[in-house]
Design a binder for this molecule. Structure first.
Ligand code: PEP
Length: 252
């Protein structure tokens, strides 16, 4: 049986005082089960302070993106070694906001994914279709293209430590959650595309669902056989909401 990962993507939200409160509440309220792991991904400037606060707790730390370059003249960029240095465990790559707002192509995302695994950090690869793509019947083709760029770059072995997050773009921040069946169909498709290359890696890889996950829809989603937790945006900014999702996961 795979573990469940509940990952909070804070996006560009937060500030020192509020973060300290939020993190303290998350540490105190984390469900007492090894099967459900919690991960929080604050903005870059707060990673070191949050890492210090997480010391001694089971809550994991991640970043929201990273440079594909390792060092040098890349003004404004952050490298994998810097993220390791401040205590990160995970890095989100290819979030739909990065793809849509900052022009990250599937090849650019694959390069970041490669840099992350080479550093020993674990990538969380986000994939997902827009509403227009779903309505055009091209959901699987879009996911396949996004996955294939990473397969081409690192092969299936590159997924040995990775997490995949299926995030339909139309469900992110909109309140329009995919139904458990809709999400399961895509999760199964993703796992099958991995199974065809390596059954063990496909079986072991956590595939998270993201897109308006809340405490009242979490259990239904996480009960599906190929859904191994969630990538949570809005509901990760309030301890009660985030912990209620974690509690729903622990009840499965
Ligand atoms: C996200 O941005 O990854 C996300 C899933 O956001 P929300 O939970 O707010 O839909």
């Amino acid at each position: 049986m795979r573990d469940i990962l509940i990952a909070g993507n804070w996006k560009m939200n937060g500030g020192s005082a509020g973060n300290a409160e939020l993190v303290a509440e998350i540490i105190a309220g984390a469900p007492a089960t090894d099967r459900v792991r919690l991960l929080i991904c604050p903005p870059f400037p707060y990673l070191a302070a949050v890492a210090a606060q997480l010391t001694g707790s089971e809550v994991l730390l991640g970043a929201q993106t990273v440079s594909e370059h390792s060092i040098g003249a890349f003004t404004g960029e952050i490298s994998t070694s810097m993220l390791k240095d401040v205590g990160c465990d995970y890095v989100i790559v290819g979030h739909s906001e990065r793809r849509a707002l900052y022009g990250e192509t599937s090849e650019a995302v694959a390069a970041k994914f490669k840099a992350v695994i080479e550093s020993g950090l674990a990538p969380i690869l986000c994939v997902g279709e827009t509403l227009a793509e779903r309505e055009a019947g091209s959901t699987e083709a879009v996911i396949d293209e996004q996955m294939q760029a990473v397969f081409d770059s690192v092969g299936i072995d590159g997924f040995a430590t990775a997490v995949v997050a299926y995030e339909p773009v139309w469900a992110i921040g909109t309140g329009m959650t995919a139904s458990p069946e809709q999400a399961q169909d895509v999760h199964r498709h993703i796992r099958s595309s991995m199974e065809a290359q390596n059954k063990d890696i496909a079986e072991a890889t956590l595939i998270l669902y993201g897109g308006s996950v809340k405490s009242d829809n979490a259990a239904g989603l996480f009960s599906m056989p190929d859904i191994d937790g969630g990538l949570i945006g809005g509901a990760s900014l309030k301890a009660n909401d985030f912990l209620a999702i974690a509690t729903a996961a622990a009840s499965i």
